[in-house]
Design a protein around this ligand. Structure first.
Ligand SMILES: [Mn+2]
Length: 342
């Protein structure tokens, strides 16, 4: 039995100030905690490899101390002879900063279209991948995949490793489905020589086994999703990662999805019409006290006095109302993004 650990979208560096001016709970620690749960799992369960599907870091310019910490943690596995393969994602602008760790003999980066061959338990596993490509991947997918040279390699198992949307993938509480877009790979174009396509980018964990017409595809697509909620659009999602179990006597394989702890997210509607400014604070105190103390809370003021309510609810006031274990934000003031799922 060969075991591959597949995770993605760790977004390290998110809410992780190097010299914080204000003392409050930081989401950055949540991400590093889950990142290390995955690495520990790989080590403790004697995995044969770790594959990271991209968006290792939250930004393309990440502070050296975050880069150092991220690779020091990965190195715990790499030093125990568990090779680590990483796809550069869109958040790192298709380029992973590795600091002094780029030369580690067990850390491999898909910094251009390329194929790596992992030999484990008498079997060979080809990993063909490329960094995130901005723009039209729909018409270029096969061209770029072929640049990895996968066709010239004989292997018992073959996997595509990328960081892209594939048609049929869904995101958000409204189940937005990717299809017919230039940033989206056609699922039926994945060559059937591949066991599966492994990808980051979509933050909701899911496996795609059908095309848009409901037909079963030859090569399924696996998204492990993000390791923690990066946006309120992910508030209903289960977080985790995949174990891929390959049989060493046949070409059979199976998978397990392993859950990770994720902090609860709540949206709190504050209807400002029926409330005087004096009562806003007390109202919020009561509503917040009903929530799990570990929550991330977004307050959404609605109604006539929104402007004055927003003025009243400074970041400091919100911190005073809520327990220190919570993260509380005002709608639109934090993690504000046009496209929330990325
Ligand atoms: Mn991402």
């Amino acid at each position: 039995m060969i075991k591959l650990i597949f995770f993605a979208d760790t977004h390290l560096g998110i809410d992780h100030p190097i010299k914080p001016k204000i003392k409050r709970r930081r989401r950055g620690d949540d991400f590093f905690a889950n990142y290390n749960i995955v690495i520990d799992h790989a080590i403790n369960s004697n995995a044969d490899a770790i594959i990271h599907g991209g968006d290792l870091f939250n930004r393309s310019k990440t502070h050296q101390s975050i880069i150092h910490k991220a690779f020091e943690d990965l190195q715990r596995a790499a030093n125990k002879n568990i090779p680590v393969y990483i796809v550069p994602g869109n958040h790192e602008r298709s380029f992973i900063q590795t600091g002094i760790f780029g030369a580690h003999p067990n850390i491999y980066i898909f910094d251009s279209p390329k194929s790596f061959v992992l030999n484990a338990k008498g079997k060979s596993i080809l990993l063909a991948g490329f960094p995130f490509i901005r723009g039209d991947i729909r018409s270029r997918f096969l061209e770029v995949l072929n640049q990895t040279g996968w066709q010239n390699v004989k292997a018992d198992y073959k996997f595509v490793c990328v960081h892209h949307c594939v048609e049929g993938a869904t995101v958000g509480v409204q189940n937005f489905t990717f299809k017919y877009r230039e940033d989206t790979i056609k699922i039926n174009e994945i060559p059937n020589e591949f066991t599966a396509l492994l990808s980051g980018h979509i933050h909701r964990a899911q496996m795609l086994e059908h095309d848009l017409y409901g037909n079963t595809v030859d090569t399924p697509v696996i998204y492990p999703g993000s390791i923690e909620r990066t946006a309120f659009a992910e508030r209903l999602e289960t977080k985790g990662f995949y174990e891929l179990i390959l049989d060493d006597n046949s070409s059979e394989w199976k998978y397990n999805f392993i859950k990770l702890p994720a902090r609860p997210m709540h949206e709190l509607k504050l209807r400002t019409n029926n409330i005087t400014l004096d009562n806003v604070i007390n109202y919020l105190k009561v509503e917040i006290s009903k929530l799990d103390a570990d929550s991330i809370v977004r307050i959404i003021p609605e109604g006539e006095n929104v402007a004055s309510v927003i003025k009243l609810l400074t970041a400091q006031t919100l911190r005073d109302i809520a327990p220190g274990t919570m993260n509380v934000e005002l709608s639109g003031s934090f993690y504000k993004r046009k496209i929330e799922h990325r």
